[in-house]
Design a protein around this ligand. Structure first.
Ligand SMILES: *Cc1c(COP(=O)(O)O)cnc(C)c1O
Ligand SMILES: [Zn+2]
Length: 422
């Protein structure tokens, strides 16, 4: 394994020992894991390619001291060449969907961060874990806590989708449904982490949790044949994923695995919760927290912990940010489903719709390569699309009834392929 030297403040550079802490005592800046990538085996394309077909093929770039103890099968999701979607978007360049809607085991990219956070929680000796969540993190912490035999306490806003609530309770987690929005839930969890000896994935374990997201970026680069695309569009909530994808690309370049990174990074948000896209569009470094009001609940964080860094990633890389209405979110979900057969949740609808907007604005040129980050599964947020996606055709169990129903709707007026009779 690598080489975890300790933690370091992103703002003032103060160093700390490896510990379940996430804020600098001197300046309140966020802490980051510091590595020595030369301490372990030499990291080469071959070393990685010989690894397991999971996120752990990059274990020498992740912050564990030993082998993972939960989430051993997470990651290495498909990078899908999306030619139908490209055509629908009017693009002639290569378009790919990085599809974490099929992530094992809980169908969102949060499995990556939780596999690292709870394996780290075990190394630190925690027996109780938890998180503050907008839904997907709740599912993943609850599942991995069950797998690892941890007791778990999951804090969520009271108004989450049924799919996200059921998908947490099923694992036997203690679920605290808080009368408040995510930002209030998160504030409560900071107090909980200070008062009880619990390992909270995105609070006191946050520096380790965050680095699990790097694997999303490593996979994009490796699956493209050891190169990065010209554009990456990524949904942002706390703002961590987009910064870590970019960091992953930079690390690969520093290790000599890929050429210099020219990729432009774009943040996608819902207009009903757009603190990061507002910063980018208004070209300011001051983030104004908002009160979320959108169907894209998984990314409804009004005061994102890494919002500043997410905006900086867009700026530094030459990218941009945009936000879309709830109506456009549903159109985005539907477009991806109809063109590529991939059913994503509301955050994915945001990302597809923002990609379309960026193309219309001319920010993403039509002949360049794009990776669209699909981070969660549509079966968890059916509430968002029910009643907006067409209806079933009711019939009796007879051919006559079928034929009437089809002809009434002008369907299947001509035969399909010829019947082959014996
Ligand atoms: C959490 C989440 C995000 C955003 O992640 P951040 O790292 O907090 O910006 C994006 N998509 C989905 C589906 C999520 O659950
Ligand atoms: Zn500091």
């Amino acid at each position: 394994m690598a080489k975890v030297l300790g933690l370091r403040c992103r703002e003032c550079g103060q160093q700390y020992d490896k510990a379940p802490i996430h804020v600098c005592e001197l300046c309140f800046g966020p802490l980051e894991v510091q590595y020595d990538f030369t301490a372990g085996p030499k990291i080469t394309r071959e070393l990685i390619e010989d690894g397991p077909l999971t996120m752990w093929r990059y274990k020498d770039l992740l912050p564990l001291d030993g082998e993972p103890t939960v989430g051993k099968h997470v990651g290495y999701t498909p990078l899908v060449k999306a030619d139908n979607l490209a055509k629908a978007l009017g693009l002639t360049g290569e378009v790919y969907v990085k599809n974490d809607s099929v992530s094992h085991p809980t169908l969102s990219f949060k499995d990556r961060v939780v596999a690292v956070a709870l394996s780290k929680a075990r190394e630190f000796g925690f027996d109780i874990v938890g998180c503050a969540s907008t839904g997907n993190l709740a599912n993943s912490v609850a599942a991995h806590a069950a797998e690892g035999g941890f007791e778990s306490y999951i804090f969520i806003p009271h108004d989450l989708e049924q799919g996200k609530i059921v998908g947490t309770l099923i694992y036997g987690a203690n679920v605290l449904s808080v009368q408040g929005n995510y930002d209030e839930v998160n504030r409560l969890c900071s107090e909980v982490a200070g008062k009880y000896g619990w390992g909270l994935a995105n609070v006191n374990l946050r520096p380790f949790y965050g680095d699990g997201s790097k694997t999303f970026g490593y996979e994009i680069a490796e699956q493209l044949g050891w190169r990065t695309p010209q554009h990456v569009v990524c949904p942002s909530a706390g703002g961590s994923l987009v910064t870590k994808i970019y960091k992953a690309f930079q690390e690969f370049h520093k290790l000599g695995l890929i050429d210099e990174v020219q990729t432009k990074m774009y943040v996608a948000q819902a207009t009903g919760c757009n603190p990061i896209s507002t910063m980018v569009k208004e070209q300011t470094e001051i983030m104004k927290p908002v009160r979320p009001n959108t169907i894209a609940k998984s990314i409804a964080i009004g005061n994102p912990a890494d919002g500043y860094y997410a905006a900086e990633t867009c700026r530094k890389s030459g990218g941009w940010a945009e936000d879309v209405t709830d109506e456009e979110v549903v159109e985005g979900i539907s477009l991806l489903a109809k063109t590529e057969g991939i059913f994503t949740e509301t955050a994915g609808g945001v990302t597809v719709a923002v990609t379309r907007k960026l193309i219309e604005q001319g920010r993403i040129p039509k002949d360049e390569s794009v990776v669209i980050c699909i981070t969660g599964n549509g079966m968890k947020t059916i509430d968002a699309v029910v009643g907006k996606i067409g209806q079933t055709i009711p019939i009796s169990p007879s051919l006559a009834s079928l034929e009437i129903a089809l002809s009434e709707r002008g369907l299947a007026a001509k035969p399909g392929r010829p019947l082959v009779t014996a």
